[in-house]
Design a binder for this molecule. Structure first.
Ligand SMILES: C[S@@+](CC[C@H](N)C(=O)[O-])C[C@H]1O[C@@H](n2cnc3c(N)ncnc32)[C@H](O)[C@@H]1O
Length: 271
């Protein structure tokens, strides 16, 4: 897979979108890491790390006696993440170009693996699960933040074009070989391979147009709408309709956005 094969792209706007998205979801991520026992000195694997926004937070927590390795397909994201790590003086954070489906996973006995919004793009989950078994120590913890209910995405009341946008997104993920809601399957796949499922909990988000959740979803409609048009799944007329709905919603104090629902899954690697 090359630079252009990641469905959402790796252009500057997508990098900024990922930064903002991480700001919104940071408290949920940090709470999940805490439940998994993240602490100083730990070795952590960030699976499909993007430009490494979560990796940076993980690196600050594990400190210089720990290690964070981010595996990422995109050369551009790896370069951006390495530059951020250097600027922040976090030499124990490494971003590495790695294809989760094809490359050999590092057998370093990691204590914790973190994977957010990555499984949804993979046409085959087996290499992900085998790779995690290769890289985590026995008893090591896995925290997965992937979607479980994309259908909850919407703008209310009304939002007909936005609802169609959500359907077009799901179609685009499926047509590229992915699954919008991989956390419907992952706990069962992990359990079948002998992992212990420690906890599952949904993480819903909602808010008006000015809230961080609302801004995140509006930005996604604008940025990913361009890609959906390239894919022939969305038209300029659809985009104009969706834009008009967003403008109307911003002037309506009763309107609100709901995001696609993430499921937080924590599992531990058994013998
Ligand atoms: C939506 S981004 C999420 C990034 C990061 N996990 C976060 O939460 O901010 C999905 C990332 O998965 C990466 N990815 C997709 N397929 C991959 C593969 N086969 N191997 C490695 N990374 C992959 C993409 O390049 C992209 O950076």
């Amino acid at each position: 897979m090359g630079e252009s094969s990641y469905l959402l792209g790796t252009h500057a706007e997508e990098l900024e979108r990922l930064r903002f998205q991480h700001e919104l979801w940071r408290p949920a991520a940090q709470a999940a890491w805490q439940r998994a026992g993240l602490s100083a000195g730990m070795r952590v694997l960030d699976v499909g790390a993007g430009p490494g926004f979560a990796s940076m937070d993980l690196a600050r927590t594990v400190g210089p006696t720990g290690r964070v390795l981010g595996l990422e397909l995109s050369e551009a994201y790896v370069a951006a993440g390495q530059a951020m790590a250097r600027n922040a003086q976090l030499p124990w954070l490494e971003l590495r170009r790695h294809d989760l489906l094809r490359d050999r996973w590092p057998a370093e006995g990691f204590d914790l693996a973190w994977c957010r919004w990555v499984a949804m793009f993979l046409p085959d989950l087996d290499p992900l699960l085998s790779g995690l078994e290769q890289s985590l120590r026995i008893g090591g913890q896995l925290v997965l933040h992937e979607y479980v209910h994309w259908d909850s995405f919407g703008l209310h009341p009304g939002g007909g074009a936005i609802a169609r946008f959500g359907q077009a997104c799901q179609r685009s993920f499926r047509e590229a070989g992915g699954d919008p809601d991989p956390n419907r399957r992952l706990p069962a796949l992990l359990a079948a391979r002998g992992w212990r499922i420690e906890a599952v909990q949904p993480l819903p988000v909602a808010g008006d147009s000015r809230s961080m959740a609302g801004q995140w979803l509006q930005r996604f409609v604008e940025v990913y709408g361009v890609r959906l048009q390239e894919l022939g799944l969305w038209s300029s007329g659809d985009a104009a309709e969706a834009h008009a709905e967003m403008v109307a919603a911003a002037a309506d104090p009763g309107s609100y956005w709901v995001g696609p629902t993430v499921l937080d899954v924590r599992a531990s690697r058994a013998e």
